[in-house]
Design a protein around this ligand. Structure first.
Ligand code: SF4
Length: 370
């Protein structure tokens, strides 16, 4: 077991921080290495969260830097120069690749590694799964802890007999007959992977995990090299509220940039905050978040403005110079109030925490925003 490395990447967001706390509490015997990709462009609030988390974990979170830098430049600046001032965007996201994914894979090298990722049970997105076969990704917050590549192999029609044999080891009687009926049904247009997987999970999550573990033992997967894997018995499913509760109960707290700050425009009141971790200039920000940055961190906003030159802007249709014109700020705030009101009308729950909906969250890069 000691040959396998366990790692957990901290993005500076709430979900990965909560996962680190959860793993420490629930699996204290797993020797997990924590790391963070240091872009040197994070918000101060993120750095504070990392410090508090280190205190809670009693362990350093290793900062991986994609390049050596001096005090006059940052890792992001280093790569921006190589990309000839071409700012990254959602269509050309070189920043994630260069600043986060490549250094992460270099750090791991060729050692068999299990990487824990904090995608929640209420999210539809898949986490980043390395193409390197020595890295196996596990999602402890989801009902299905396995990554898609593993599920595809386990449920592949060629493996039906193997899977049948594993189930026969653990189940008997009527339940076995019912399970085998599902296992023996080949995948097709009408019976696809997720349907088959969810039906098998309905018969027992831990049971499904045991079968997957047995299967992985016949492969080169890092988990298959373990004698025991404690997450096999994990039947938890954690959603957004659970994440906030973990952070609060541990004393680490919710990242400070989530704190709603009140603003007033033309007699109407609204609140804004930053809803995601990552670089202060991240192009995934909503317009209201740019205004938050302008008003709450004016120096960082000015720095972000300096990157806009030679026709390159952070947003497709608007420059940072334009977005802070008083009339434009007014419009963005008014629109934000209207949008929030519409959203709140749809939300039935009386708990404020449920209202912290992050827009477009499912489209975001998990390396930056979990
Ligand atoms: S936070 Fe945004 S800008 Fe920073 S690396 Fe991630 S996608 Fe790129």
């Amino acid at each position: 077991m000691s040959k396998i490395r366990h790692i957990l990447g901290i993005s500076g967001g709430k979900d990965s921080a909560a996962l680190a706390i959860y793993m420490r509490e629930k699996y204290p015997n797993l020797d997990i290495d924590y790391y963070m990709s240091d872009t040197e462009s994070e918000l101060e609030e993120t750095n504070n969260l990392i410090e508090k988390l280190e205190g809670y974990l009693g362990k350093k979170i290793k900062k991986i830097k994609a390049a050596d830098t001096s005090e006059h430049t940052t890792v992001f600046d280093h790569f921006l120069k190589l990309y000839r001032s071409f700012l990254p965007s959602s269509q050309a996201r070189w920043c994630t690749k260069k600043l986060k994914l490549e250094p992460f894979e270099t750090e791991i090298g060729s050692r068999p590694t299990i990487s824990y990722v904090g995608i929640r049970g209420d999210e539809q997105r898949e986490g980043y799964v390395s193409v390197k076969s020595n890295i196996q990704t596990i999602f402890p917050f989801r009902r299905n802890i396995w990554s898609l590549d593993v599920i595809n192999k386990v449920l592949h029609n060629n493996n039906i007999n193997k899977i049948k044999n594993y189930y026969e080891k653990y189940v008997t009687g009527k339940k076995l007959i019912e399970i085998l009926e599902i296992v023996e049904t080949p995948l097709s247009k009408h019976f696809f992977y997720s349907k088959k997987m969810n039906t098998l999970l309905d018969f027992g999550v831990a049971l499904f995990n045991k079968v997957v573990f047995d299967f992985l033992k016949t492969t080169d997967s890092p988990i298959g090299k373990l004698d025991k894997f404690p997450l096999i018995d994990n039947e938890d499913l954690l959603v957004r509220n659970d994440i906030f509760n973990i952070l609060k109960d541990s004393g680490v707290g919710v990242p400070a940039y989530y704190k709603k700050i009140e603003y007033e425009i033309n007699g109407k009141k609204g609140t804004y905050s930053r809803t995601r971790s990552g670089c202060y200039f991240c192009f995934y920000q909503q317009k209201i978040e740019w205004i938050w940055l302008y008003e709450q961190h004016p120096n960082l906003f000015k720095k972000a403005m300096k990157y806009e030159k030679d026709g390159y802007t952070w947003m497709d249709n608007e420059s940072l110079t334009d977005i802070i014109k008083p009339k434009r700020i007014e419009k963005i705030k008014e629109n934000h109030i209207k949008k929030t009101e519409r959203k709140l009308q749809k939300i039935k729950s009386p708990f404020l925490i449920d209202n912290l909906i992050e827009e477009g969250e499912e489209n975001l890069c998990v390396n930056c925003f979990i």
